[in-house]
Design a protein. Structure first.
Length: 119
């Protein structure tokens, strides 16, 4: 059974920083793209950042220059460093991974972690 577990969310003041982590576990053979999405009430889930196995990245325009995505392939873990946070970054953040594991393949999602930015 494959699991993605996020951590690192919380409450921070505007201008502050948080670092999210997401570790994938299980009988995983290979992880291709990994990414972070977020959802706020009344809005659709949006892509925040994504990273390929080789390290190529892409970001939503709203977070460029403030957020950095990275990964540790040996640990099956993806990170999101969030700096200069704004109240509009408040959301539940979900990680996902395109992976191949024992008996399964395709995108898997974490349970989400709340990020709240106060003004």
């Amino acid at each position: 059974q494959v699991q993605l577990v996020e951590s690192g969310g919380g409450l921070v003041q505007a201008g502050g920083s948080l670092r999210l982590s997401c570790a994938a576990s299980g009988s995983i053979f290979e992880i291709n793209a990994m990414g972070w999405h977020r959802r706020t009430p009344g809005k659709q889930r949006e892509l925040v950042a994504a990273i390929t196995r080789g390290g190529s990245t892409n970001y939503a325009d709203s977070v460029k220059g403030r957020f950095t995505i990275s990964r540790d392939n040996a640990k099956n873990t993806v990170y999101l460093q969030m700096n200069n946070l704004k109240p509009e970054d408040t959301a539940v953040y979900y990680c996902n991974a395109d992976l191949r594991a024992m008996g399964v393949m395709g995108y898997h999602w974490g349970q989400g972690t709340q990020v709240t930015v106060s003004s």
